[in-house]
Write a protein that binds this ligand. Sequence first.
Ligand SMILES: [Zn+2]
Length: 169
Amino acid sequence: MLPPGHIAASYILIKSVETLGFKISLPEIMLILVASVVLDFDLIVAHRLKKSHHDLFTHTPWGVFLIWLGFILLFGANLSLATKILVLVVFFIHLFLDELGFWLCKLGFQEVSKESQINWLYPIKKFKDRQESFPLNAKFLLHYYQKAKANVFLEIVLSLIALLVFWLT
Ligand SMILES: [Zn+2]
């Protein structure tokens, strides 16, 4: 999934949690939204290694847990408990949304992704070590909008809901 979908899903989550009575400050909201897309900065490393960024440590449950732990050790003292937990939750939602493309493809709603995107069992299970499927260029977006139609539809729906929530709250 692309950044708009990750950010929109996280924003809806934050606003849902706020309805339960948790107070989350604006800087914390911004931090959680950044956390929802920060994992994809591994694209830079993956591009250099010429492999899929979904085959990197940074897109595994174990990897995001360790990243979260490091983040909490560095900045946790200044954050509310709700924000600390939400950062971990949006990391995991990121992985689920990235994997969703595989299930939408398996169900016949789109042409990509034909294989599982996330190595849920790392480090027990080795990475598939796939080639970089989407180089960082304009062709990627065109390919994505043509082949990952269900993903795009979901991203549009999530973004519209997030905008509606933003407008109403
Ligand atoms: Zn990702």
